[in-house]
Design a protein around this ligand. Structure first.
Ligand code: COI
Length: 365
């Protein structure tokens, strides 16, 4: 038995310890995976059953499985951090569990309870604990990125909710999401594409949202930008989010603004934590609509002193420039970004156990 009801099929051919150490020394992002994965099966007749941790490896999926045709799929992103005493912790996993349930409801998938969700993370990490990187310094943000996901696996081409579903968790040792570490990223403002519309799936963490962002991301890269920013689909006026991260705007008078959750924006766990940390630091956090003109004019006049992106993978990353068809606006000065840098340090210090977890955000895995 592994953890909390998860049975164990151990990997008979785990990665050689020397190879694993080489990977951990330079993991990049999402390129390497650990020796095991967690799995729980769901059927309409039996509900959730067969919780197991088994060797990491390819899935056997019928070519008619509905996920392959109608994208009935959701996922989460959450990290496991090694503390100085060797213990391993996750950050607000109950928030990810709740969001996973909200995503499941929107995609007509079965809901997984928080206990099984967190149990699956614990069961997998217990098995692959040697894959959790030990950060070499405070600047080192390496961790084990956990990727829970749920797919519709019934062999059926009719368009209706699948009666068979599989939930998995895979794990990947990671360093920073962006290649250059925390150097400022450039953002392409897409005038061609929107990410989400009212009543759609914008708030859900489903693969389809990310698939739909890729053409815009390609457009960004064609303009030498790192990420794409989306405006709302109704007025093309209100800033929503990046391809896979939320946005914050720091005003020089201490206000720190992030777009309000309207149903078209992902409710980021890092976003919520930044709002709390900003409040703790005496800043004035505001969740409200912010227009692209307010961004443009604020950055150009210096009213907005810095802009940053945040997410589990990206942590807090400064936005250097906003780039559009005929514009290039500096959002965070070359050596600026103090507020983002300070919030980033506070967040990482809590996650890595270097400062007190006053909000009770950590759960031991
Ligand atoms: C995360 O931040 O965990 C995400 O899922 C976003 C993706 C860009 C990796």
């Amino acid at each position: 038995m592994a953890t909390a009801g998860f049975s164990l099929i151990p990997n008979a051919n785990p990665t050689d310890a020397r190879v694993r150490e080489e990977i951990l020394a330079n993991p990049g992002f999402g390129r390497f995976f650990t020796d095991h994965m967690a799995h729980v099966r769901w059927t309409a007749s039996d509900g959730w059953h067969n919780a197991e941790v088994r060797p990491y490896g390819p899935l056997t999926l019928d070519p008619a499985a509905s996920v392959l045709h109608y994208a009935q799929e959701i996922f989460e992103g959450i990290k496991a951090y090694r503390h100085a005493d060797g213990s391993v912790w996750s950050f607000r996993p109950e928030k990810n569990a709740a969001r996973f349930r909200a995503s499941a409801r929107r995609l007509a998938l079965p809901e997984l309870d928080t206990e099984t969700f967190i149990g699956s993370l614990k069961a997998l990490v217990a098995q692959d604990i040697g894959w959790v990187p030990t950060p070499g310094s405070e600047a080192d943000e390496s961790s084990l990125y956990l990727r829970p996901f749920m797919i519709a696996s019934e062999k059926f081409l009719g368009v209706r909710p699948s009666k068979e579903v599989d939930y998995y968790v895979i794990a990947s040792p990671v360093a920073s999401y962006f290649k250059g570490g925390i150097k400022p990223v450039s953002i392409w403002l897409s005038s061609t594409y929107n990410r989400a519309a009212p009543g759609g799936t914008g708030f859900a963490k489903c693969g389809g949202n990310y698939a739909a962002s890729l053409a815009a991301q390609k457009e960004a890269e064609a303009h030498q930008c790192d990420q794409v920013a989306f405006l709302d689909a109704v007025e093309n006026k209100w800033v929503e989010e990046l391809g896979g991260m939320n946005l914050f705007f720091v005003f020089k008078d201490g206000r720190i603004v992030t777009p309000a959750l309207t149903g078209t924006i992902l409710e980021g766990v890092t976003r919520d934590s930044v709002l709390q940390l900003a409040k703790d630091a005496g800043l004035k956090p505001e969740e409200r609509p912010i227009s692209i003109d307010e961004w443009r004019e604020g950055a150009a006049s210096g009213e907005i002193s810095e802009v940053f992106a945040c997410g589990t993978a990206a942590v807090i990353t400064p936005v250097g420039q906003l780039v559009g068809e005929n514009e290039r606006i500096t959002c965070t000065a070359e050596n600026g970004g103090e507020v983002g840098r300070s919030l980033r340090k506070q967040l990482l210090d809590i996650q890595y156990g270097r400062s007190e977890d006053t909000h009770g955000w950590l759960t031991r895995l």
